[in-house]
Ligand binder design. Structure first.
Ligand code: NDP
Length: 319
């Protein structure tokens, strides 16, 4: 069979991970990378994003490795008119309107727009739906971390005097136990604690700690700890992008109780998000080849379409 011709738009953390992961797929080849920048540190062909339309016939699936904050809302539909696309758009509240917009654009171009893949949204979404469907009355909780939160790290770095800073979100053990047993009310703020790691002059420590723990929206109401470290220690121990989390669902089944748990431990968030994106890219290309057009969410993709193995092989091996 002919390989799936893939391309990437946006060369940040996610774009770089997708590039490396596409190279490891038995059934994909990378046509090139579109970027707003002229020169990228890659051996792959780099195309100006403004010329994307010129490449429409050469690409089976385009990975939209763009930021969710502004890039995706501004640009994704334009790409969906030209290409079958995959994104990891993660603004949960706006996913329904993203779907409407991508559906119209993809239908216009005769393409598939695979939306909001990754792990949350993405693999967690599937697990929420799957586990919930098993129980007449499900109790469900999603926990994030231990992991690095980009938004909270940015908030810490904006405090005057902070030289370096990151924030880790950590699920609280008591809340995990309560979710597994069921029957307890757990709010988002009871479920997680927040840990800031900061480099700053000693004279600023007290003020910075106070600014963090009293920051509305981000930290107020959470159990928050702040740790000050040296520049060397920060450099050595806090450069990674670990993340993960779990979806815990439990409930009564006509007299007995069961618990379903799906968990992820990710040493590097963009590598795993990229892995999910690549698998959904394969599914998008296949669904398009079978005649599907429009927006598709992870809930609508049959699992075998994600795998490079054939359905017969998967049934013999995994069912
Ligand atoms: P980055 O900030 O690394 O990259 C975003 C864009 O910024 C790139 O596409 C790139 O565009 C531009 N860019 C990157 N580096 C530079 C640079 N040095 N100079 C100038 N521009 C640069 O974001 P990530 O790749 O880490 O994340 C992308 C999105 O993935 C996030 O917004 C998040 O929403 C989503 N995500 C989703 C998850 C899920 O589970 N669904 C999990 C994790 C992330 P260009 O090449 O055109 O300049």
């Amino acid at each position: 069979p002919t390989p799936i011709r893939a391309a990437i738009v946006g060369y940040g953390n996610l774009g770089r991970s997708v590039e490396r992961l596409v190279a490891l797929q038995p059934d994909m080849e990378l046509v090139g990378i579109f970027s707003r920048r002229d020169a990228l540190d890659t051996d792959a062909p780099v195309f100006p994003v403004a010329n994307a339309a010129d490449h429409a016939g050469e690409i089976d699936v385009l990975f939209l490795c763009l930021g969710s904050a502004t890039d995706i809302p501004e640009q994704a539909a334009g790409f969906a008119k030209l290409f079958t696309t995959v994104d990891t758009y993660d603004n949960h509240k706006l996913i329904p309107s993203h779907r409407t917009e991508m559906d119209a654009a993809a239908r216009d171009g005769g393409n598939v727009a695979m939306i909001s893949t990754g792990w949350d949204p993405g693999l967690f979404s599937i697990n929420r739906t799957l586990a919930e469907a098993l129980f007449p009355s499900a109790e469900q909780h999603t926990f994030w971390g231990p992991g690095l939160s980009q938004g909270h790290s940015d908030a810490i770095r904006r405090i005057p005097g902070v030289i370096r800073g990151v924030q880790y979100t950590v699920p609280r053990e008591e809340a995990l136990a309560a979710a597994r047993t069921g029957g307890a009310e757990i709010s988002g703020k009871d479920a997680h604690q927040r840990h800031g790691v900061v480099v700053a002059d000693a004279a600023d420590h007290d003020r910075i700690r106070e600014a963090i723990v009293t920051m509305p929206d981000y930290f107020v109401g959470y159990e928050t700890t702040v740790e000050f470290v040296s520049e060397d220690e920060f450099e050595r121990d806090h450069q990674g992008m670990p993340h993960g989390g779990r979806v815990i669902t439990s409930g009564d089944l006509a007299g007995s109780r069961s618990t379903v748990e799906f968990s992820l431990e990710l040493e590097r968030n963009p590598d795993f998000t990229g892995a999910a994106m690549v698998a959904y890219g394969r599914a998008a290309a296949r669904m398009r080849a079978e005649g599907r057009v429009g927006a598709v969410t992870v809930l609508e993709v049959a699992p075998y379409l994600l795998s490079p193995a054939s359905l017969d092989e998967l049934i013999a091996r995994d069912v």
